[in-house]
Write a protein that binds this ligand. Structure first.
Ligand code: FMN
Length: 201
């Protein structure tokens, strides 16, 4: 963790899932924050992570077409999820179910990208399907309005913008967001975004 922006810290610091944040306004979109779970997963120290583009996780077996999907998401500012072959610092390959999603500020300007990495077991077919099914089942619990709010949160919008888009007060959005988070059993906004992208909404 190496940023003073409270919004970034709030998003990833408490998350048990490996998470990073990059700053697309800096040259080559470097990482500006990571949490302990990311350090534990990859084996890299904070000094080797902050300031670098996240491509250091890629290696010889990384599927170029999946990297392309992430690149497209970044270019089009849309959330994406791929299950890509990545490498830890010691060279161990792992199947990474990575979500990359844009984050906008109150004025609708792109400020960050959020990334979240989950290591899948060797036979990735099983776990990934399970994650998707579980995410979909949880999301079914939401009311239409809560679903709408979740979709907007996952596309990187802040409460203020969501309120404006839906013609509701910010307070109402916070309420819907809180209930949605509870129903999804999510501990953080980061987890909520991940669930939404996993379910493919
Ligand atoms: C926030 C964020 C997280 C990312 N996480 C990963 C990741 O976990 N694994 C990966 O292979 N690429 C990840 N990427 C993509 C790489 O940073 C990079 O954009 C991609 O490998 C394309 O590299 P290139 O510009 O050299 O083509 C992430 C990108 C962003 C913005």
């Amino acid at each position: 963790m190496r940023t003073s922006d409270p919004a970034v810290m709030e998003l990833i610091d408490s998350s048990p899932v490996a998470s990073v944040v990059s700053d697309p306004r800096l040259p080559d979109n470097p990482l500006i924050a990571c949490n302990q779970a990311f350090i534990d997963l990859t084996g890299y120290g904070e000094d080797e992570i902050i300031g670098r583009n996240c491509r250091f996780l890629a290696g010889p077996g990384t599927e170029p077409w999946l990297t392309e999907t992430i690149r497209d998401g970044v270019r089009e500012r849309k959330p994406v999820m791929v299950e890509i072959l990545n490498y830890k610092k010691d060279g161990t390959p792992f199947r990474n179910a990575v979500v990359v999603a844009p984050m906008f500020d109150d004025d609708g300007e792109l400020t960050y990208f959020f990334g979240s990495q989950v290591e899948l077991a060797e036979d990735a077919q099983g776990p990934s399907l399970t994650r998707r099914v579980r995410a979909t089942e949880k999301i079914k619990e939401l009311s239409k309005r809560q679903l709408e709010v979740l979709q907007m949160v996952a596309s990187g919008l802040r409460n203020k913008q969501i309120a404006w888009e839906l013609g509701l007060s910010e307070k109402t959005i916070k309420m819907h967001r809180g209930i949605a988070m509870e129903k999804l059993g999510a501990q953080s906004s980061a987890e909520m975004i991940r669930l939404a992208v996993e379910a493919g909404i």
